[in-house]
Design a protein around this ligand. Structure first.
Ligand code: ACO
Length: 157
């Protein structure tokens, strides 16, 4: 459970409910990319009262594999355990679906995110060189580092 937010609820977003683009764009600055994976994915949110304060997008890759395509927490609510809570929940959902592996991709510049995922047990299995340079029109910087390469992390379930 989250550190301070015992009043946070987790739910699957209905297919007809509006997507929280503001949050999705925090994790992935390309709306085009978001739209390409979100339609085939399950979208889960955390609610604080009726406000969506966290989102996680889970895509089935194969019968055995799922990927967290997008995860984001509203800035005012970051660092309080909600991101971990979202990951825990989707791991349980994936296990329930009898999936064997879960993947998450992130950038070389996503230093904080990389520590979060590795604490959960995700391990780097692949580096897609220059992925962010080739697939995004604008340069992306985090922690003063340019996002260039996509790091693929994997965990056995
Ligand atoms: N710097 C250092 N460590 C961090 C950071 C950071 N910026 N963010 C998270 N962590 C680590 C900490 O080690 C923390 O552990 P601790 O509690 O022992 O200190 C751990 O992650 C847990 O943090 P949570 O509070 O559970 O995470 P949070 O609720 O902040 O959610 C998230 C994490 C989703 C990455 C959030 O910070 C966010 O929305 N960031 C902007 C969007 C983003 O980058 N999303 C991921 C892109 S990759 C993808 O979507 C596949």
């Amino acid at each position: 459970m989250t550190k301070n937010h015992h009043y946070i609820r987790f739910k699957r977003l209905g297919k007809n409910e509006p997507l929280p683009y503001g949050l999705l764009l925090l994790a992935d600055p390309s709306k085009e990319m978001i739209d390409s994976y979100v339609k085939d994915s399950d979208v889960f949110v955390t609610l604080h009262n009726e406000d969506i304060v966290g989102v996680v997008v889970l895509l089935s890759l194969t019968t055995d594999e799922v990927e967290i395509k997008n995860i984001a927490v509203k800035p005012d609510f970051q660092g309080e355990g909600i991101g971990s809570y979202l990951i825990e929940n989707v791991i349980n959902i994936a296990k329930h679906k009898m999936k064997k592996n879960i993947f998450i991709g992130t950038s070389n510049s996503s230093v904080g995110q990389l520590s979060l995922y590795q604490k959960f047990g995700f391990e780097i299995v692949e580096i897609k060189k220059d992925y962010f340079i080739e697939n995004y029109t604008d340069a992306i910087y985090e922690y003063g580092i340019q996002a260039k390469h996509l790091l693929v992390l994997k965990m056995d379930l």
